[in-house]
Design a protein around this ligand. Structure first.
Ligand code: F6R
Length: 600
């Protein structure tokens, strides 16, 4: 949510900053801006809309100088317009800053600052920080003015700040992600690794309540008490081509097609001689209950995880949406395990749920993609997805790899708990990348089906058992990128309400697997057909009864029941992608969304 970049060095500042912003655009795209120190003044430029608007402005070429900051916004306070776009400045336009997060006490701070004579121009929470720094600034005390301002703030922030008279660029963080890129005779600030990867693979992950003071040849990290911290410099393993489209029209399509490789990577070195190798200390024998906590697509992965973990370990699992979990006074404590599932590792509600569980004595495990992210650092132990960067706002390969990691965890715990692993499951797991490739090779057939439903207004996704969360995920994918209303339901619930929606215009997407629920699903399909609904069936069964009632069939390969979810989700991702593409939507940047939800 909101992307920040900062640069100090001798390259063309605006070029470095724009490059970083373009790569962070998935974090927000309603407006953008840049500020650069030129001589002894601050030049700034802001534009409403996507970053291209900033790039197109002729004034951008004046944004040279040796240090600068930039921002791509996802609005929280104040509508998306030029005034509310970052950077924000103080009254004298001597200080400029960009911010990701929410200043919760900005009303009180603003009232006080206004009484003291400060002039505000925007409706944002961020602007108070610029005025606070201005208030505390006395000649050459830029760093201590920033610290004093931060001490007044409640809420979350990642900040990059410049002053017209300072040779230093300052970064600060509390609760929102921020990294420092370590270069040679130049240094960088970014919300996330893609912002700096073109220039350096060496990064420092700032911790909460730390500030970094950057010059071209030096980075000093301090806590708010002024104590110098020796930060760890981490080496990033990602390559630049992993964060580029590589010939695909969109990141989302690229990431759908990357799934066979991403799954192989997630499995890599974790299955040896039919045994699961995970370096975990958790012992199932000491475990009472397992809580899976996540948001959105990651929550759907958690729902699949519940099904798998309960089946393989016979331990009871509760699955919660993180924003509900943390406010429902959950009964969790010693002997319990909280598993947080997150692609970005920065989702605010998931992060806070971990802190709550830890506070109450539970152990925590992260299933996370982004190495070094806040969640990865907060949990006791972590299983990384190893899926590579996911840039498309709609999660695809992260979902399948989250389920893979949950499956590996369940197999590992099951085995440690004395249950025998069925060899067929391991075999099917290892065969999965090949099976998904088969589905991908039929993507043009799915595109043809998408053409038929491109003008639908609403749709229903139905599945049972392990495929109920896949129905939820299919519906979420369609609605978030095509803006067609879509609902996922357990097929058995259909008659308890959703069937009222069915008419000849409603596409109903069924997941019909060759398992103990098949006959029941077929009956549900008959009931939809009897009401003239249009049926699209994702199935691994070649049954006449299914053919008879389906308007369109997407055939998928057979596999073990607990792996079927990973197969069935892929055609639904492809269907959603093509519907959105045919509707002319840039599904890498769907309206109102941002990839990483770092505010509540
Ligand atoms: C939907 C989607 C979101 C995320 C959710 C959690 O396609 O991507 O629903 O799954 O915002 O994000 P992470 O996994 O980063 O915690």
């Amino acid at each position: 949510m909101c992307g920040i970049t900062g640069y100090i060095g001798s390259k063309k500042t605006y070029e470095v900053l724009l490059d970083g912003l373009r790569r962070l655009e998935y974090r927000g795209y309603d407006s953008s801006g840049i500020a650069v120190q030129v001589g002894n003044s601050i030049k700034f430029l802001k534009r409403k809309g996507k970053i291209i608007e900033l790039e197109k402005s002729p004034e951008i070429k004046n944004m040279v100088g040796t240090m600068g900051i930039s921002h791509t916004r996802w609005a929280t306070h104040g509508i998306p317009n030029e005034i509310n776009a970052h950077p924000h400045l103080d009254c004298k336009k001597e200080i400029a800053l960009v911010h990701n997060g929410i200043i919760e006490n900005y009303h009180q701070l603003k009232e006080k600052l206004v009484r003291e004579g400060h002039k505000f121009i925007s409706a944002t929470d961020t602007e108070v920080v610029a005025h606070l720094i201005e208030k505390y600034y006395k000649k050459n005390n830029f760093e201590s003015a920033v610290v004093r301002a931060i001490e007044d703030i409640h809420g979350s922030f990642a900040l990059a700040i410049i002053h017209k008279d300072s040779e230093k660029l300052i970064a600060a963080r509390r609760g929102s992600p921020l990294i420092i890129g370590v270069g040679r005779n130049e240094n960088f600030i970014g919300s996330d690794v893609p912002a700096i990867l073109k220039f350096t693979k060496k990064v420092i992950y700032l911790n909460d309540d730390e500030i970094a003071i950057l010059s071209p040849n030096n980075i000093i990290v301090k806590n708010l008490q002024g104590k110098i911290i020796r930060p760890k410099v981490n080496e990033i393993k990602w390559s630049l081509d992993q964060i580029e489209k590589g010939g695909f029209k969109h990141f989302m399509l690229k990431e759908i097609f990357e799934q066979p490789q991403a799954i192989s990577n997630a499995l890599s070195a974790r299955i040896i001689n039919n045994k699961i190798k995970l370096d975990l200390k958790i012992n199932p024998k000491n475990l009472q209950r397992i809580f899976l906590v996540a948001c959105g697509t990651a929550w759907h992965a958690g729902l699949v995880g519940k099904y798998i973990i309960e089946k393989l370990t016979r331990k009871s699992v509760e699955v919660d949406i993180a924003s509900e979990f943390r406010y429902r006074n959950p009964i969790i404590g010693k002997g319990d395990l909280l598993i947080a599932v997150s692609q970005s590792g920065e989702t605010a509600d998931t992060l806070e749920s971990i802190k709550l569980a830890k506070h109450q004595g539970a152990k925590t495990l992260g299933i996370v993609n982004a190495v070094g992210s806040s969640i990865a650092r907060e949990v006791d132990e972590v299983i990384y997805l190893q899926a590579g960067p996911e840039i498309g706002v709609a999660s695809t390969k992260a979902f399948t790899c989250q389920v893979i990691c949950l499956l590996l965890f369940a197999l590992y715990m099951g085995e440690k708990g004395g249950n025998k692993i069925e060899k067929i499951v391991i075999k099917d797991l290892q065969a999965l990348p090949k099976l998904i490739k088969k589905i991908l090779s039929k993507s043009k057939d799915i595109q043809k089906i998408a053409k038929k439903y491109v003008n639908a207004q609403s749709s229903l996704y139905l599945g049972r058992g392990i495929n109920f969360p896949i129905a939820l995920e299919g519906a979420l994918k369609l609605k978030e990128i095509s803006y067609i209303h879509a609902e996922g339901y357990p097929a058995g619930e259909m008659k308890h309400g959703p069937i009222a929606l069915v008419d000849e215009k409603l596409p109903v997407i069924f997941i019909a697997n060759d398992d103990h629920t098949l006959e029941k699903i077929i009956s549900n399909m008959e009931e939809i057909k009897a009401r003239q609904g249009k049926i699209i069936t994702v199935t691994n069964v070649a049954a006449e009864k299914i053919k008879k009632v389906s308007d369109d069939i997407i055939g998928v390969p057979k596999t073990s029941e607990i792996i079927s979810a990973l197969i069935n989700v892929v055609p639904l991702q492809i269907l959603a992608y093509y519907v959105a593409d045919l509707r002319g939507i840039d599904m890498d940047k769907p309206r109102n969304l941002a990839k990483s939800v770092t505010v509540e």
